[in-house]
Ligand binder design. Structure first.
Ligand SMILES: [Zn+2]
Length: 278
């Protein structure tokens, strides 16, 4: 019962996260394509108010430093291994692809945080990737979908870096601490945290991380349209396969995401993704 309440509350709070710590970048981050498509924000406004009241009562978000995020990441990873929540892939070539891609992207981050990044491949046929406290996890399903160290892999890992650099993970930790204060010592197993991570980011955060990953990928002269193609393909699959339900609950707006990203690329980089010009 307490666990259920925990997740309902966290879910609700996440709707309200629309003030984001944004790093200064030259490109313009526009969310109007989301706002106009989603419309009817009355519910979000109510949840926003509720979220603010809880926040004022409890943990100061500023106390969640990069160092604390690193500690959370380390604890999460330890828990994941001990409880066999998921299995790490022992493949030097794949792990090397992930590590070098991540390192190249990190070198492109302007005004980087002090978050320590590590990346792992996990054995899972589901197409997914997620991050917590600087630890990035990419499923073998996602790696295969990318087809190795491709522009798409850059975009996916860049997206995950974005969640940390843009302060989204800080918010996850904040919500965890708020919930803990309200509900007491709910032992957060890695599984629960994983659910939180893969289920709670709102669409605005997802899109913002997409923009961030796209910008980093572009700085490395990689094809940024591959991410648009990916989301278009995912949108088609959404209608076809229920077995991918988990992933699409996390990212339930692939088609809109593709459109917003395509527009972002057109307006900021003057590249027309569907026009064939690259
Ligand atoms: Zn994401």
């Amino acid at each position: 019962m307490r666990i259920t309440l925990f997740f309902i509350l966290v879910g609700a709070l996440f709707f309200s996260c629309d003030t984001v710590d944004k790093k200064k970048r030259k490109v313009n981050y526009s969310f109007s394509c989301l706002d106009s498509a989603l419309g009817g924000s009355a519910t979000n406004k109510t949840l926003d108010k509720a979220g603010k009241i809880f926040r004022d009562l409890t943990v100061d978000e500023k106390s969640i430093t990069d160092d604390l995020q690193n500690q959370y990441g380390e604890a999460f990873h330890k828990d994941v291994i001990e409880n066999k929540t998921f299995e790490l892939l022992d493949d030097a070539a794949i792990n090397n692809d992930l590590k070098t891609t991540m390192d190249e992207l990190l070198q492109q981050v302007e005004d980087p945080s002090k978050i320590k990044y590590m990346i792992y491949a996990i054995k899972d046929s589901m197409i997914n990737a997620f991050t917590f406290g600087g630890r990035i996890y990419v499923t073998t399903g996602m790696y295969k979908k990318c087809g190795g160290k491709t522009p798409l892999l850059y975009s996916i890992i860049g997206h995950e870096i974005g969640h940390s650099e843009l302060g989204h993970i800080k918010k996850v930790i904040h919500e965890m601490m708020v919930a803990d204060k309200i509900f007491g010592d709910n032992a957060e197993t890695a599984l629960q945290v994983t659910k939180l991570l893969t289920g709670s980011f709102n669409q605005r955060n997802e899109l913002e991380a997409d923009y961030f990953g796209t910008d980093l990928t572009n700085s490395l002269n990689q094809d940024i349209c591959s991410a648009v193609t990916f989301w278009k393909e995912m949108a088609k699959m959404e209608n076809q396969y229920n077995r991918l339900e988990d992933f699409f609950r996390t990212h339930p707006f692939s088609d809109l995401r593709a459109q917003c990203l395509e527009r972002h690329i057109r307006e900021n980089f003057n590249i027309e993704c569907s026009g064939g010009k690259k």
